[in-house]
Design a protein around this ligand. Structure first.
Ligand code: SF4
Length: 358
């Protein structure tokens, strides 16, 4: 194949952090079937191809955000018909988390429309993390920029993941956001890593960016070391009143290519099919799964944009033979239980066996 790209430095399981934009563009330009085949082959080396991780996202504080992200209905700078809400009470968050768990979610993500959390917000946010964690769910938050100290506090409370997207390429960044810099975003990710939490970071496509921006965004994400454990790829949801409400639609195949290229470059990360999914038909979503997407948001509203109903997701999973992924803790518990049973059986004939163990 003439446009074959060197996927890894020496072997398929080694992760690269030195992607050039040109190399990423070459991946994007592969014939569609070749790209899908490579993405699916790499996906199978690291994941069960018939499993998808399921998260639920709850908006814990909605609207009135001082930032100017041009795609966002929650910015106070744009006239959108969003219902502003103050920080939710811990009990209400806990109630929603219980429902999410009953619906099969393994991770509960809590998002607040803030530039950054204020000192007065932190005690509530930390209580939310502790309460949700106690349910046995993985916890994730997205609260804007974080200082080193705030990241440490969240980690100590039990936060597993922090979401902070790079949004778009560094070259396109100022066309989309002017109230914080690309470097601010990298600094927050650095604080999250230093505190010992897992990183959830991705971007949005369909913002009116050029193809080279999509390649540059993915190069930025893949060149983070370590790579983010979770990589949401969002399709812009156009909201009336925002500056991007009339931007031209991105071709569906370009979106699927984005998922496939992300899978190839970040072979061990969960690639999440994120905002914009409600506008995708089953066939489009299936192609995204084939391209290596293995995480979705389920149930609740995806922050403030519609998300397909849970039962539609279940129906699609049934058609595709997809199961939901259990969290590592569940597997460990099962393994521990099995190990205990084996130990009991092995010791039944021993003189030292204590009957009550059974
Ligand atoms: S994306 Fe986040 S930071 Fe930007 S305006 Fe919306 S809520 Fe605020």
């Amino acid at each position: 194949m003439s446009n074959q790209v060197n996927l890894t430095s020496s072997n398929d399981s080694e992760i690269r952090h030195n992607w050039t934009i040109k190399e990423v563009q070459a991946l994007f330009e592969l014939p569609f079937n070749d790209l899908m085949f490579q993405a699916q082959s790499i996906h199978r080396q690291h994941f069960n191809p018939n499993e998808v991780q399921v998260s639920t996202l709850l908006s814990i504080k909605t609207g009135a955000c001082p930032e100017d992200c041009k795609y966002c209905s929650q910015s106070a700078r744009y006239k959108t018909d969003i219902d502003k809400e103050r920080l939710m009470e811990v009990d209400k968050v806990l109630e929603a988390a219980k429902k999410a768990k009953e619906m099969g979610s393994t991770r509960f993500c809590m998002g607040a429309a803030w530039r950054n959390p204020k000192a007065r917000d932190m005690p509530y946010v930390l209580d939310m993390v502790k309460a949700v964690k106690a349910l046995g769910l993985e916890t994730c938050m997205t609260l804007g920029m974080l200082s080193e100290d705030q990241a440490g506090q969240l980690q100590t409370a039990g936060l597993d993941f922090y979401n902070h997207n790079l949004d778009t390429s560094p070259e396109n960044y100022n066309n989309i956001i002017t109230t914080r810099t690309f470097q601010d975003r990298l600094d927050t990710l650095d604080n999250v890593r230093t505190a010992g939490m897992k990183v959830c970071s991705g971007g949005i496509v369909g913002l009116g960016e050029d193809a080279v921006d999509r390649a540059s965004l993915l190069a930025q994400l893949a060149n983070l070391s370590p790579q983010p454990e979770s990589v949401p790829i969002n399709m812009l949801v156009k909201v009336e009143g925002t500056p991007l409400s009339n931007v031209e639609d991105l071709d569906d195949f370009q979106f699927i290519r984005c998922i496939a290229v992300a899978r190839i470059m970040m072979p061990k990360s969960h690639v999440r099919l994120s905002a914009g999914r409600s506008a995708m038909n089953e066939q489009m979503q299936s192609l995204c799964f084939l391209a290596g997407a293995n995480s979705i948001f389920y149930g609740c509203k995806l922050l403030t944009t519609d998300n397909p109903e849970t039962n539609q997701d279940t129906a699609l999973f049934n058609k595709l033979g997809i199961n939901t992924e259990t969290i590592a803790g569940d597997i460990d518990e099962e393994n521990d239980h099995l190990a205990l049973k084996t130990a009991v059986i092995n010791q039944q004939n021993s003189d030292l066996f204590y009957e009550a163990v059974n």
